[in-house]
Design a protein around this ligand. Structure first.
Ligand code: SF4
Length: 352
């Protein structure tokens, strides 16, 4: 199996690797207009995830960040085979998920769970909270029938809700309560790995901190292994053991969260960090550091795909695509000038 480097593979970090993604690609067909159909134009493909490799070790949280349209949700969904990969491998518990059939996938589903961004649409409005969780317990044969009510109460307690919530319908719950139910449903099957897809993005700011604290506590208490997808670095900062930054379908920087937060080496990561809304009230403003929008994945820029937006771009950036390269320790970057960019990064606060 070919891997870019230790930071991507998680090699040499001393913990068992739970999930290894190798050279994974996900393509979608682009719909043709009537005119294009009449002209007999060939169907175009859009590559949402472009040959991505990384690993997740047991008990760690890998934060996956990038702006909307970078492919991070597609990647998370492909890991659970909600999308079929076009190429590459997903090694999980000794099996290649990318190439399993439906029947084989079903038996692995209980080991891998997803918590969705929108707690409003991810719950069945006609089912009570108790039934929502109970159905999962029954389907995956988690406990004896006579133990289901007690197990539901235990799960609700785990996510900070009372057993009385079991009789409530989603419509009567707040956004934060619904996300807690979504979390209880995911934990019900005692998964080895959880994908959290922007789990606080749809919630009020005041509720976000509560859910993030709950996730952190659960992660420490239960020893969870998670991929935490977010578009803001501030959200993953206190959750992540390691961090992967994604841009236009590629991972452009990956490594120990501490190493990246203290010395980001990719201009895109630096732009994301500078545009984080400050956590302290007097500086809670967003700086327009990243110019322009993420280009369309149908027309990926030549060379380094970040070059049209990069303040450091030179000719080599326009011509030659950089590959993820180890910088030392658990840290790799896909930038021709990673070391210079990192050296120019000043301690937090001085770059503003
Ligand atoms: Fe910027 Fe060039 Fe580095 Fe790409 S390779 S991030 S364009 S400096």
């Amino acid at each position: 199996m070919m891997m870019a480097n230790d930071a991507a593979t998680g090699a040499g970090q001393g913990k068992e690797v739970v999930l290894t993604v190798d050279d994974l690609a996900v393509d979608f067909n682009v719909a043709r207009s009537l005119a294009q159909l009449l002209q007999g134009r060939a169907r175009q493909k859009l590559r949402a995830v472009d040959r991505v490799s990384f690993a997740v070790r047991r008990f760690e949280t890998l934060g996956l960040v990038g702006e909307s349209g970078c492919g991070k949700t597609t990647l998370g969904r492909a890991l659970l085979r909600l999308y079929r990969p076009s190429a590459g491998r997903i090694d999980f518990l000794g099996q290649d998920l990318a190439n399993l059939g439906r029947g084989e996938l079903r038996s692995l589903r209980s080991d891998m769970q997803m918590v969705f961004q929108d707690p409003y649409s991810s719950l069945n409005p006609r089912m009570t909270v108790g039934r929502t969780i109970g159905e999962v317990l029954k389907f995956h044969d988690i406990c004896q029938r006579g133990e289901i009510t007690a197990e539901i109460a235990k799960l609700l307690d785990l996510v900070g809700l009372t057993g009385a919530m079991a009789g409530r319908y989603p419509a009567t719950l707040s956004g934060g309560q619904r996300q807690r139910v979504g979390l209880a449903r995911a934990l019900a099957v005692r998964p080895s790995f959880i994908v959290l897809d922007e789990p606080v993005a749809a919630l009020d700011v005041s509720i976000q901190a509560q859910i993030l604290n709950l996730l952190k506590d659960l992660s420490d208490e239960l020893g969870l292994t998670m991929l935490f997808i977010a578009h803001e670095l501030s959200v993953v900062r206190h959750m992540s053991t390691r961090l992967a930054v994604m841009y236009l379908g590629k991972i452009v920087e990956i490594g120990a969260a501490e190493a990246i937060f203290s010395g980001p080496s990719h201009p895109y990561t630096q732009g994301l960090m500078k545009s984080v809304p400050r956590l302290i009230p007097e500086r809670r403003h967003r700086e327009a550091v990243l110019k322009g929008d993420v280009p369309s994945p149908i027309n990926v820029p030549s060379g380094c795909r970040f070059h049209p937006r990069c303040p450091l771009a030179t000719d080599i950036c326009r011509d030659t695509e950089p590959v993820l390269t180890e910088l030392g320790g658990d840290h790799a970057s896909a930038c021709h000038f990673a070391e210079q960019a990192q050296a120019s990064w000043l301690p937090t606060g001085s770059n503003e």
